[in-house]
Write a protein that binds this ligand. Sequence first.
Ligand SMILES: Nc1nc2c(ncn2[C@@H]2O[C@H](COP(=O)(O)OP(=O)(O)OP(=O)(O)O)[C@@H](O)[C@H]2O)c(=O)[nH]1
Ligand SMILES: [Mg+2]
Length: 364
Amino acid sequence: MSTRIGIVGMPNAGKSSLFNALTKAGAEAANYPFTTIEPNVAVVPVRDERLELVARTVGASEIVWDTIDFHDIAGLVAGAHEGEGLGNRFLANIRETDAIVHVVRAHGDANVVHPEGSVDPLRDIETIETELVLADLEQAERRVERVAKQAKGGDRVAVAEERWLREVIDTLQAGRPVRGVPAPAEAPNAARDLGSLTAKPVLFVANVDEGSDEVPEAIAAHALAEGARATAISSRIESELAELDDEEAAAMREELYGRPPSESSLERVVGEAFALLELIAFFTAGEAKPAQSWHLRRGLTAWHAAGEIHSDIQRGFVRAEVIGWRELVDAGGYTAARERGTLRLEGRDYVMADGDVINVKFTP
Ligand SMILES: Nc1nc2c(ncn2[C@@H]2O[C@H](COP(=O)(O)OP(=O)(O)OP(=O)(O)O)[C@@H](O)[C@H]2O)c(=O)[nH]1
Ligand SMILES: [Mg+2]
């Protein structure tokens, strides 16, 4: 399943500009708050040079990129969890995402209205974090009533879940995120079923002035303290650069930043999101068939990889042929790789490595 990311932030912080840059999808970006009134979902292919080489080596018919879905929602203001500024409805749209990108206004362009009248990244971060906590609190209080009824009936999972939810409620009431309260072993799906926003990993994206690509100190320190990641981008410039072809964009970037950046700011956002989720890439590829990229949490096995590809393939898993992408390219194909001994047979517990090419043998 593709990775899903929800974009949050204050009105006019630059969420839709980032979204546009990521997708060139043309979601409306305009200089007044609450421009985004319908949730926008953008499907962004994650390009990977390694798969291009693998596809060419094995004579694949085409390339199918794995994707990230970015959900752009309207700006959140204080009171959003109660429906202020339509915020609550939008928060519901990102309950099922894997991670959150928190866009923080850090540019000083006086032409762009700030809903609070001044630029203050830490104040804005606190406003948004408070709204996420309050939205989770409301959700947890609603859920605990339902679970408590089941628990009364003696359901052991419900008993464990109810105990966990009461701890979650205490934590949220103290203003802290659900992230710090691990779900109990007896109710491993409790966190997922709550759809908690503050349990998700966070990437702060500082929306900085054109020509800068440094995360302001206050934001970096805040991210560090929370165990979150942070990166900087100029959303508006990036959304404009996204309209140009690659060569023009590279020339513009060099002019803006005074050096050729090794990767675009957008690639950095995607890369940071993957690092946040601790994802690695793996590939499937065969002659005259589509070559595909997939992503998996680091440390998971060939069996989990099979499940990403198809539940039937996971169910009937027998063994897997595995080879690092470079060994496959160096050998010039599967047959030669088999002769060289670089194509290995692995069982279901093999821990996947970044860049592995896998072919799962399964009984249908
Ligand atoms: N100078 C400057 N302006 C920006 C930047 N990013 C966004 N803007 C401008 O700020 C305004 C708001 O940007 P949006 O991307 O629509 O903001 P948003 O966070 O989606 O706002 P809502 O949907 O209303 O919550 C637009 O006029 C953008 O052109 C930036 O990096 N620098
Ligand atoms: Mg918007």
